[in-house]
Ligand binder design. Sequence first.
Ligand code: AHG
Ligand code: MN
Ligand code: MN
Length: 364
Amino acid sequence: MPLSQRWTLTRYLIEERRRFPTASGDLNALLLDVSLACKAIARIVAFGQLDDGLGSAAPPQGGAVNVQGEVQKPLDVLSNQIFIQMNDWSGHLAGMASEEMDAPKQIPAAHARGKYLLVFDPLDGSSNIDVNVSVGSIFSVLRAPQEVVDSGRDVTEADFLQAGATQVAAGYALYGPTTMLVLTVGNGVAGFTLNPNLGEFMLTHRDIRVPADTQEFAINSSNSRFWEPPVKRYVDECLAGQPGPRAKDFNMRWIASMVAEAHRILMRGGVFLYPRDSKDASKPGRLRLLYEANPIALLMEQAGGRASTGRQPMLGVKPTELHQRIGLVFGSKHEVERIERYHHEPPAQERGNPLFADRGLFRN
Ligand code: AHG
Ligand code: MN
Ligand code: MN
């Protein structure tokens, strides 16, 4: 398609806004600022080890440790700063929260405050930086509580504890062979590819849909001894392939950048699991609800896929903590539904019991 016929991200946002004649344009301006942060991070990631100061590896003494107990790499910290600098001045935000900050970030007194909250993982998959594998940024936009907007007071952790279903917009940038921005403003999912000559995100994927069925799954199977029985059952059945109960062969992928797995699944289907497990009793899952699970869940649902804790739809979960971890399953609808069903079915020994047999009492 000739360049002149392609929509820019700006045009897409303007066309979307036309659906709401009274909209102020604040959300669009906010999303363009976020996209600029992503472009800046993409440039830095692309220079890799050429930038001695930054280097992608952790400093020799080891980096600082974030609130997650994870070592922060210089690029984690820098990406976080870029998100803040591109967004704290515009007057669209009441506050921000990120994986890399213990507490919410206040909008400086010198700047106006707005009606939205921005929540982000500035660099997802950062363990992959050293090995030159795709990383990305994930973001979620929430409305600030009206009382925060009216009073202009500082934001607190509680202001961010909103179920994923209330997200106004969500998306991610993927720093891969091409840089892409994938976005939902609540009307499907659109994908934009960064044209490096223009420095513009151009609409290349107009209405991304996740196929309902798949033969591809993604899970870190080194954790298998910690899995709960429904997850073990699901994976065992996939591995059993053609002769097994699923009667088809499955393929497996694990990139260790959730944002890259989400992108693969949006492009060709699949299912991703980082379920709750028994590895560390203090961590009910590996991934974080507010800035990893919820934005990806909204994208999946908007693309016709599904996202779940394994037990319930992710977007219905009421958060209790800013950095809450949660089991996450997302992707092709029928697979996610199957995994949820396995979580609600009785354990194997009971399923073998005549009471649970096909014509048994407890068959649902
Ligand atoms: P982050 O780099 O933001 O801390 O997130 C990394 C996450 C996620 O991207 C990925 O799916 C997962 O960690 C990988 O976990 P394992 O190391 O257990 O494979
Ligand atoms: Mn992450
Ligand atoms: Mn991160």
